[in-house]
Design a protein around this ligand. Structure first.
Ligand SMILES: NCc1[nH]cc(CCC(=O)O)c1CC(=O)O
Length: 350
């Protein structure tokens, strides 16, 4: 709830035209979230496309509430829809087409004019968007950590030999396998309620979930332990929400600009760049997590083989206003280590 706190209006500051133009032309994300050309008199209608899972609807509702507050004379509605990612539950996502599955139906709704914007968990947004779309805003990040959830055990360390841990994330799988080779990792798909239901029915001794989703749905009490970024480096974009819009609608982009959170936008830009550098070759366990540190951005990233036997990790600090350069730097540091061998191993697996 904290992250979705009502938008505080600090008076509608007018911004000189030149600055607004510059902001609208920035390639991926806004770097100015304060004092943009807020038009409080907007009285049109905005339709938000969202998946129908409880988490997706909570996130869409969060954006709806903030837009309604910004534009009291406008109307904002949510269009819920089922995506292929929600329908295919029996296979590991990386095998059936990856992240795009959660996003495509929402994009079609926007192309057909049935929706103006889509709200996503940024973690599920592919690194390269189709040219018809762009990200208009990244909202302030919730907790980026992974969470250990179990009814019987306090921590990964406490699990006995052969205990079954549920996760479908290659990243979580590799990180657990490397530290706890005596545990058995089994796939776990479905929305949050489905996953928790499987844990409660005894199919797993423990499961690993993103803390952000549990917190957003008021289920923080299910978390037995937060995994620190050192133990379980988060996925690019984990814990952040993004708003996607059709490209070429600067007026819509300007309406959404006040929702952009600059620190988060920069951090996730660096994180996603690591993924982009490694993208295309295959699905590999990959983690990247950046944290603002004054005027700087500090980032750590990791790539591994799915069995966790080979792990490369790298860390760097750079100016916060050039996040993509930091992302590239860390990705190249990974490549200079064992990443080539890791990629080769993954190709023979495919
Ligand atoms: N891959 C599914 C997904 N996408 C976003 C979240 C959680 C919310 C977030 O990270 O913002 C989850 C669930 C999970 O990883 O447990």
């Amino acid at each position: 709830m904290r992250i979705c706190a009502p938008f505080k209006r600090e008076g509608h500051r007018r911004v000189r035209r030149g600055l607004v133009k510059l902001v609208l032309e920035s390639p991926l994300l806004f770097h100015a979230d304060k004092g943009t050309n807020l038009d409080p008199s907007f009285s049109g209608k905005l339709i938000i496309a969202s998946r129908e899972s409880r988490l997706a609807m909570w996130q869409a509702e969060c954006v709806r509430a903030r837009l309604s507050e910004l534009y009291p004379q406008g109307s904002v509605e949510i269009l819920g829809m089922t995506t292929r990612g929600d329908q295919i539950l029996d296979r590991t996502l990386s095998k059936v087409g990856g992240k795009g599955l959660f996003v495509k139906e929402l994009e079609i709704a926007m192309l057909e004019g049935r929706a103006d914007l889509a709200v996503h968990s940024l973690k599920d947004v592919p690194m390269e968007l189709p040219p018809e779309f762009e990200l208009a805003a990244v909202l302030e990040r919730e907790d980026a950590r992974d969470a250990f959830v179990s009814n019987d055990y306090d921590s990964l360390e406490a699990l006995p030999e052969g205990a079954i841990v549920g996760t479908s994330s290659l990243r979580r799988q590799a990180l657990i396998a490397s530290r706890f080779p005596h545990l058995v990792i089994k796939p776990l798909r479905g929305n949050l309620d489905t996953r928790l239901g499987k844990l409660d029915r005894g199919e797993y001794a423990a499961i690993i979930l993103a803390a952000a989703g549990l917190k957003r749905l008021g289920m923080e009490s299910r978390i037995r332990r937060f995994l620190s970024a050192e133990q379980s480096l988060p996925a690019p974009g984990q814990g952040a929400m993004a708003i996607e819009i059709p490209a070429g609608r600067p007026e819509l982009r300007a309406l959404l600009a006040p929702l952009n959170h600059q620190d988060t936008a920069r951090a996730v830009e660096a994180e996603r760049m690591v993924s982009r550098v490694f993208g295309g070759s295959c699905q590999i366990p990959l983690a990247a997590y950046a944290v603002p540190d004054g005027e700087a951005l500090r980032m750590r990233a990791m790539v591994a083989t799915p069995d966790g036997k080979r792990i490369a990790s790298a860390e760097a600090i750079g100016p916060a206003d050039t996040p993509e350069a930091l992302g590239r730097q860390v990705a190249h540091a990974l490549e200079a280590q064992d990443a080539a061998a890791i990629l080769a191993a993954c190709r023979t697996d495919a």
